[in-house]
Design a protein around this ligand. Structure first.
Ligand SMILES: Cc1ncc(COP(=O)(O)O)c(C=O)c1O
Length: 366
């Protein structure tokens, strides 16, 4: 048997949201009857400008992609209000940027801090770098960051701190003053994950000029409607961006993803329409869910809602399985550290998909 790194033996495979095809095959359903509310995507589909740009680009896929990505980095810089030398783009989404952060900052045995529950992929990716996760606390009942727990968790071995706002899966926001308090308590790089920032109408780029240890993580997978094209970006101090470029895979952004990202970020009407639609859908879902006395529903600033389902007498696994049989995919949050087996997360759909979800949920739990 070939020898693998010891660390690889300890890694449990990541449990992603399930795809439409997997569910159709497993439950004998047609793919087009399935409603996918499990992965926080854009229910409106991609920008038509992105589709056209990809079609045009198809003729050129025999050529390697660009590596400098100057036009896309400029467009992102313009969108985010920063300089082009403050932008790095990742070709496996924001997830690639997390990996590049690990390669740039973590020596084996060093640690990173994450308040739990939060996005599980930080830990999943960084364990391959032989780094240690140190858990701080997200107060789920109050849906806010436990700032003291973060300040207490950071020590001399900490190289990265992750703060997700709005937080996935809880949907709560982190106050700017708390982000500033963490930034000012340490020289460690503080990664503020703003994957869902457009839905919340907040951004922390104004903290960049005074805090060289701030790094902001964003994605084209949510409001930009390009989850399948795998594009993410980070914003930070030019020196940090330069170090990260030394270890980032050079050609990871494909020609099609490059074309799609550029067309979408220039299509401000699409971004505005997508933002407004998802917020409307979220509020519709929230008020529909609040009518169920069996559910505890959390206020969210993102494009998903966290629900405590223990009042239904079922676990999240049981309820999501029943929903799957009816063709509806939600996220069973049992695998999230910091939540027990009674939580599901539902993403916004089209208003029609939301209505159907609420109807089926009503039939199951009432
Ligand atoms: C908080 C958070 N950060 C980052 C990501 C990764 O996004 P991407 O699709 O760009 O890899 C996600 C995806 O769900 C997320 O929820």
């Amino acid at each position: 048997m070939v020898k693998i790194r010891n660390k690889i033996n300890d890694i449990e495979p990541y449990v992603p949201g399930r795809s439409i095809k997997e569910i159709a095959d497993a439950y004998g359903l047609k793919e087009d009857e399935i409603i996918k509310l499990g992965s926080n995507e854009n229910p409106l589909g991609p920008s038509p400008a992105a589709v056209e740009a990809m079609e045009r680009e198809l003729e050129s896929v025999h050529r390697y992609p660009e590596s400098a990505l100057t036009d896309l980095r400029e467009a992102i810089a313009d969108y985010a209000g920063v300089g082009m030398d403050q932008v790095i783009v990742g070709g496996d989404g924001a997830d690639e940027i997390i990996d590049v952060l690990g390669r740039t900052f973590l020596e084996p045995g060093e640690s990173f801090v994450v308040p739990m529950p939060s996005y599980m992929y930080y830990e999943y990716t960084l364990q391959a770098h032989d780094a240690r996760a140190v858990h701080a606390r997200w107060d789920v009942n109050e849906n806010r960051l436990d700032l003291e727990s973060v300040l207490d968790a950071v020590d001399e071995s900490t190289r990265l701190v992750f703060l997700c706002t709005p937080n996935n899966p809880t949907g709560g926001l982190i106050d700017k003053k708390d982000i500033r308090a963490v930034l000012e308590s340490t020289d460690t790089l503080v990664v503020v994950d703003e994957a869902y920032t457009e839905f919340a109408g907040v951004d922390n780029t104004d903290l960049l000029p005074d805090h060289e240890n701030l790094f902001i993580l964003r994605t084209f997978s949510k409001v930009m409607g390009l989850a399948g094209m795998r594009i993410g970006y980070g914003l930070g101090d030019p020196q940090i961006i330069e170090y990260m470029h030394r270890v980032k895979p050079v050609f990871s952004l494909t020609r099609l993803s490059h074309a799609a990202a550029l067309a979408t970020i220039r299509d401000r009407d699409y971004i505005k329409k997508s933002t407004e639609y998802s917020i409307k859908s979220r509020e519709y879902l929230y008020s529909g869910l609040k009518k169920f006395p069996e559910l505890r529903v959390f206020r969210s600033y993102a494009n998903y809602i966290l629900i405590d389902v223990r009042g239904t007498g079922r676990t999240a696994a049981e309820l999501s399985e029943e929903l799957l049989r009816k063709g509806i995919i939600v996220r069973d949050c049992t695998s999230f550290t910091g939540l027990d087996e009674y939580w599901i997360r539902v993403s916004v759909g089209t208003l029609e998909e939301d209505r159907r979800f609420l109807e089926v949920l009503g039939e199951l739990v009432q």
